[in-house]
Design a protein around this ligand. Structure first.
Ligand SMILES: [Zn+2]
Length: 350
């Protein structure tokens, strides 16, 4: 039974027959994991927290920049001044929106070593990602553990979404057999994005998740929306006979494909260096050391270092994003020069 206060709080959606009080109770007992908290993830998390999903975990590796504010609804100019990572800022704002929801913000680069941990206990996973590689990884985790997920993508004036129910519907790999070649797919940086696209797609993704959680009918097919033309089409798709993921072969999770070409929030001139050999880094200690070489701004959640035209952002997990650079080898060298020794297993995503 929902208590009186919450019954009143959620009354405008429980009176809707598709949800009802029974559906609301299920949502309150549920956990949703949002992977990526940019434009899509921010819209999704906002709606799920307001709807009263009991636990919402947000995972994002990025920090906030001014050009994000055009479409990333959870962030403010103050968040940029405070140098908050997206996951931290999002969790802070969402907790103020609905204090009855357990909101968890995790600052981390999602990869094959940690994605299963981030998704454990989830009743539904939501895709707020900006790259296909991690999406394939998410698809593998979903199918391996039988957790439904809702795909979403947005670029220029077009967005699309699809619900994946393991074993029942086609999966993401059924409809996208292989990774697009580097630089072949349009990104928000090269093709732009109208802010209303992630608003519409994020809302549909959140609705798809709510339907899964209340046990209602599931959305079928791939829905494609063009906000500028004002068109909406849903394609009926079938499972692909030779889909590895649908046959229990999780190639991305088993890291058969190295994550090499992950662009950073559509930034082509930024390289992320992951140092797999360390568990964390003392930002204050690093700030004291780097202060002798250039301008350093250090907060609790990230450190920014400027040297000539370079900007290096370091996170407590030892990860760094190096801006205004495209050469991965140079990025590794800069990491070793300024931050510390890289281990052999570390990777750079450019
Ligand atoms: Zn499949």
């Amino acid at each position: 039974m929902i208590d009186r206060h919450l019954r009143h709080r959620y009354s405008r959606q429980t009176v809707f027959p598709g949800i009802g009080e029974a559906g609301q109770e299920k949502m309150i007992k549920s956990t949703a994991v949002v992977i990526g908290c940019g434009a899509l993830g921010g819209n999704i998390a906002n709606l799920l927290v307001r709807a009263g999903v009991g636990k919402v975990r947000i995972v994002d590796r990025d920090f906030i920049e001014e050009h994000n504010l055009q479409r990333q609804v959870l962030f403010t100019e103050d968040d940029i001044k405070e140098r908050l990572p997206k996951a931290v800022a999002a969790a802070r704002h969402l907790s103020r929106i609905n204090s009855f929801v357990d909101v968890e913000g995790i600052v981390a680069d999602v990869n094959f070593t940690n994605i299963e941990r981030f998704c454990s206990g989830a009743d539904v996973i939501l895709d707020g990602l900006d790259n296909a590689e991690t999406r394939f990884l998410l698809n593998d985790v979903s199918l391996k553990h039988g957790i439904p997920w809702v795909y979403g993508g947005a670029v220029a004036s077009v967005g699309m979404t699809m619900t994946v129910i393991p074993g029942k519907t086609p999966c993401y790999r059924c409809i996208t057999p292989a990774l697009p070649g580097p630089g072949t797919a349009p990104t928000c940086e090269t093709a732009g994005v109208v802010g209303t696209v992630p608003a519409v797609i994020g809302a549909l993704q959140a609705t798809g998740a709510m339907k899964i959680l209340v046990g209602g009918e599931v959305n079928r097919g791939l829905t494609i929306i063009d906000v500028w033309r004002c068109t909406c089409n849903t394609l009926e798709l079938g499972k692909r006979e030779d889909c590895p993921a649908c046959h229990g072969k999780y190639e991305f999770l088993e890291s058969a494909f190295a994550l090499k070409t992950t662009s950073l929030c559509g930034q082509s001139r930024a390289v992320q260096v992951v140092n797999a050999g360390i568990s964390g880094i003392d930002l204050q200690e690093l700030a004291a050391r780097l202060g002798k070489m250039g301008k350093v701004e250090c907060g609790e959640h990230m450190l920014q270092f400027h040297d000539d035209d370079r900007e290096i952002i370091v996170f407590p997990d030892g990860r760094a994003i190096i801006k205004n650079i495209i050469d991965e080898e140079l990025a590794r060298q800069l990491y070793e020069t300024y931050i510390g020794k890289l281990t052999r297993t570390s990777q750079a995503n450019g």
